[in-house]
Design a protein. Structure first.
Lengths: 235, 332, 256
């Protein structure tokens, strides 16, 4: 096994060189100018952002409804509790069957990963709306709709933001699995490609890129959260 | 570098270093008379392995085979070999040559089959040029079908850039269905997954691999050099069993067919159709291997495919092939 | 026909526990009239139902029987004519001081320029000038309560309901806020129903002090406080009233 060491252990120098090679190599179809590394990063980022945006919209809307109205919750809770434990990976064959190749099945899988944390945190946030705040609002003359949007939703905002942060993390992690189902571009695909051609340094370079971009997205979202939720009491 | 980013970089590198270490250490060295052999998913080319296993040819030779796999594609199998999870393997010639070019210490010691792959397409496709801008699937990059598609395109003055290629992200068993549902217009893969589309009536075999290069080598048997060094008797016994199996297939087609059905889970008529395209063998030609490496290098240089092996990887091709191909076992 | 602003008539309230079916009688036949601009303080032993009564007047709870009338119209559900101030302030943490105070006019669709003018007025009234842009997390307890009071006043309610509003403040701030409340009430005279545990606070603030019985709560005794404002806690008249009321409550505690 020791004879195979060079193959299994790319050195940091090898990885840096691989990163450089990937930066200057021509980009994927549609983005040839962007270079192989950036081009595929942009493609993956776009998929994750679209999947995440849909998850945020659907998760928050559904979460507000379920968290606020009991009969909505009673109706939808069983379905959600059944679907939630199914890992996104298990949906892969269905994703390919329904959505074919490329962009759509990848976005679907990313949506699946991000949706549930966003939904559940939104529900939690809405359910935790302090009763006193609702009472005060009502004594000030607010109707039900106003109580929902001017008290419930702002009160749930910290929880919703936490859900979004978790959701984008999971969505990004689903990326590699998502791109292994009928993609031919993106960072996940790039890793698979160089794993297959046994270019370990480039594989690791791709992994590194995934880690870095994920970290940056997460940090960016945290900054947005801190800006929006500055009014929180520092515990 | 921000402190948090430095921490991240450290974690990533630590992870990279530690994981292969564990994968290597977790495998016990093969005990005498025991050998771990890998194979490819549903690959009809590797029928001699299935036959030898089911007919007890390995046992007759006094060896105990631990079947490892199936692997989705050659590169993954070679990775397992390099990480000491396998001792020997039935694999495509391209991944084995690729692994050798990456300095993995292995030898190719026997042929398994010739030909036996094809480009399956929609009924409406009449020539390779009809595939321009269409979606075509192959097994993982670096596989023999991937390279042969490159050769075919080159023969038609095309390159991978003219197609929308999906290498490695559609599993071979899923390829017929993808063709049927119109997701892809063609795929180049090993039997019996070509025959499946034909049998289903929604595909045709546009070009067979033997039309691209008649008598081309396809699957081979490889062994880790350190294993062969210490287990000469075992390796010999494996090749002997393999030889017996090849002869058996020739003499007992019906029996062979039912073993094929068991390991690939396909219908009899599909397998029969596939049989017409596969030639089983134990022979191996150094010249053929040389030609293969030359093809991969030149396809990369001409821009037909993305470079996989470059001239720089094998500065002395003759020496490389002489080192990698070891004919002693089939000559015994 | 009585000319009182707020009439609480024969209010009874019982709670029945869902699981055990046990019934608790919180209030029994409670009757009280409050005049416009009158400062009434409710005191009583723990569990006498004073908070429940306040909630019923606010419309956040429904009485089991009896009614509440404001200007001779029956009250049902909460509304802007009855402002409410909680002990724990219940400010909207995501809104600044101005944002909290304009909430009432905002939901009643008062146009923006008027809302802001109103907010300015009440901020001045409660003495929070300069803190318009501060957020609740940045305010002290006393300041928070001023915001709560201003917010409750912003819809110009007929009655202000206050549930132990100074209970979570330290002694100094508490005294300060009592004086502030009296000053505000002096400038903007509304009917106030104020609930407290502190007899001293009751005597300091009230026109009348209503002592409730132990649960099921009803009126045990009403003490008009004839002292003129500002009152002095060391005053002989003050101390004697305080002692009388304290003794009255103590009787109820013994009975429990």
């Amino acid at each position: 096994m020791l004879a195979n060491l060079p193959q299994l252990f790319p050195t940091p120098v090898d990885v840096l060189k691989a990163l450089y090679d990937l930066l200057i190599a021509p980009g994927p179809a549609g983005l040839p100018w962007a270079g192989e590394l950036w081009g595929n990063t942009i493609i993956s980022l776009w998929r994750v952002l679209v999947g995440f945006a849909i998850a945020a919209l659907s998760g928050i809307l559904l979460g507000v409804a379920i968290g606020w109205w009991r009969n909505v919750r009673d109706l939808l809770e069983p379905i959600i509790e059944i679907l939630r434990p199914i890992p996104p990976l298990a949906w892969i064959p269905l994703a390919m069957l329904w959505f074919g190749l490329g962009f759509t099945p990848a976005v679907f899988l990313i949506w699946l990963g991000a949706f549930f944390p966003i939904l559940l945190n939104t529900v939690l946030g809405m359910e935790s709306t302090p009763k006193k705040l609702v009472e005060v609002a009502r004594t000030l003359g607010a109707n039900s709709g106003q109580v929902l949007f001017k008290v419930g939703v702002p009160s749930a905002a910290p929880s919703i933001m936490a859900g979004l942060r978790i959701g984008i993390g999971i969505g990004w992690m689903c990326l590699v699995a998502a791109e292994l189902t009928g993609s031919n571009s993106g960072l996940g695909y790039l890793i698979m490609y160089y794993y297959s051609t046994m270019e370990a340094a480039k594989t690791v370079a791709g992994m590194l890129m995934i880690g870095i971009v994920g970290f940056l997205m997460f940090t960016a979202l945290k900054k947005v959260e801190d800006k929006l939720l500055f009014w929180r009491v520092q515990a | 570098m921000l402190p948090s980013m430095r921490k991240l970089a450290f974690l990533v590198f630590a992870f990279i270093l530690i994981v292969p270490l564990f994968s290597g250490l977790s495998c016990a060295p093969a005990t005498p008379e025991m050998v771990r052999i890998g194979y490819l998913l549903g690959d009809l080319h590797q029928l001699p392995f299935f036959v030898a296993q089911d007919r007890g040819f390995f046992k007759d030779g006094g060896i105990n085979v631990q079947v490892v796999g199936p692997f989705d594609a050659g590169p993954a199998e070679m990775d397992a070999l390099a990480a000491n999870q396998l001792d020997m393997g039935y694999v495509g010639i391209a991944p084995s040559v690729l692994a050798a070019a990456r300095k993995i210490d292995l030898s190719i010691i026997s042929g398994v089959n010739l030909e036996g792959s094809a480009l399956a397409t929609e009924i409406g496709i009449n020539s390779v040029t009809d595939l321009k801008s269409k979606k075509v699937a192959t097994p993982a990059p670096g596989s023999i079908q991937y390279v042969m598609l490159g050769m075919l395109l080159s023969q038609n003055s095309m390159s991978f850039a003219d197609l929308e290629l999906f290498p490695g992200t559609i599993k071979p068993p899923d390829m017929p269905q993808s063709l049927q549902t119109g997701r892809i217009s063609g795929y180049f893969v090993w039997e019996p997954f070509v025959a499946k589309s034909l049998a289903g009536g929604y595909g045709k075999a546009l070009i067979e691999s033997r039309e691209i290069w008649p008598g081309h080598p396809c699957c081979v048997v490889v062994t880790r050099n350190d294993f062969a060094l210490n287990n000469d008797k075992v390796v010999t016994a494996v090749i002997n069993a393999h030889r017996k199996a090849v002869q058996f297939i020739g003499n007992n087609p019906a029996e062979a067919r039912s073993i094929a059905q068991k390991w690939t889970r396909l219908d009899a008529d599909v397998i029969d159709s596939a049989f017409t395209r596969v030639k089983y063998t134990y022979a191996l030609s150094k010249d053929d291997v040389k030609r293969f490496v030359r093809e991969i290098i030149s396809l990369g240089e001409s821009g037909t495919i993305k470079p996989i092996i470059t001239a720089g990887d094998v500065p002395d091709l003759d020496a490389f092939v002489n080192k990698v191909v070891d004919l002693q076992y089939i000559q015994r | 026909m009585s000319t009182a602003k707020l009439i609480i008539e024969k209010i009874s309230k019982s709670f029945s526990e869902k699981k055990s079916g046990k019934v608790t009688h919180a209030l029994q036949d409670f009757n009280l009239e409050v005049g416009a601009g009158e400062f009434v303080v409710l005191v009583g032993p723990s569990g006498c139902g004073k908070t429940t009564l306040l909630k019923i007047v606010a419309g956040l709870e429904t009485a089991t029987s009896g009614s509440v009338f404001l200007d001779h119209k029956q009250v049902s559900g909460p509304g802007p004519e009855r402002g409410l101030v909680f002990q724990d302030f219940a400010l909207f943490p995501w809104r600044d001081v101005t944002g909290n105070i304009v909430f009432g006019p905002e939901v009643l669709k008062v146009p923006l320029p008027e809302r802001l003018k109103m907010a300015e007025r009440y901020i001045g009234l409660v003495g929070l000038g300069g803190s318009e842009r501060k957020y609740p997390a940045e305010l002290s307890g006393g300041m928070k309560q001023r915001v709560a009071i201003a917010r409750a006043l912003s819809n110009n309610p007929d009655v202000l309901l206050m549930d132990e509003p100074f209970g979570s403040l330290d002694a100094q701030t508490r005294n300060l806020m009592q004086n502030e409340l009296l000053r505000i009430w002096g400038e903007d005279r509304k009917a106030i129903i104020f609930v407290t545990h502190s007899v001293e606070e009751a005597v300091y603030l009230a026109d009348r002090v209503v002592v409730m019985t132990a649960g099921p709560g009803t009126i045990k005794n009403i003490y008009p406080i004839g002292l003129s404002y500002p009152r002095h806690r060391a005053d002989h008249g003050f101390i004697s009233l305080r002692e009388k009321i304290t003794a009255c409550i103590a009787e109820e505690v013994k009975i429990i």
